[in-house]
Ligand binder design. Sequence first.
Ligand code: PCA
Length: 221
Amino acid sequence: MAGKFALVTGFEPYGGRGVNPSAEVVTRVDGLEIEGARVVGRVLPVSFGALRACVRELMQEIDPALVVSLGLWPGEPTIRLERVALNLADFEIPDNDGLLLYDDVVETAAPSAIEATLPLRAIERALLKAGIPVRLSTSAGTFLCNATLYTFLHTEQAAAGVRCGFVHLPYLPEQVAALLDEMRSKQSVELHQRADLASMSLATMVDAVRIVLAVSLTATT
Ligand code: PCA
């Protein structure tokens, strides 16, 4: 591929959910032209086994100038910018291949943590200025999203200076509405027991990701 590309990845649904907001955002930013770069959107399987080959192939095929990965963090109320990836794979639920890992690593003989290389403070400022709630996070979890950030950051392209980062997204409002509806019919938990009722509109999440891309492509620090 010729020209300058910004790779944006999201994930297919997982954990018994029918939708993943990250995939919805990816399909809406795919093909956009932002700050002289063409956005290439890809939806990844929630599969630890497929992850490394997927990342390697995407880096080779697209040769991106920037990588922004997206995923759902149920209950998150804001756009959540991940600062660090851990070399730890410790799942609470199986991935979509049925794999459950405990106290395992993402990469063998590799550093225990790698910092994301997006200009997070500049992104935070730009999002707040645009009226979009955002916060920095020191944990991308220990499931597929963390493993994805770690794997991108561990590539030779990242070591050579390609900026890579991860943005966790809230639920879509209709997902929370469906959760509330299900709760009402099942009557198995009380409303005050649930901490995963935050959501954000798809349009706001798409605007946020456009800003993340624009700032990452232009900010010098
Ligand atoms: N969120 C999960 C994996 C896929 C997704 O969208 C996570 O936070 O690891």
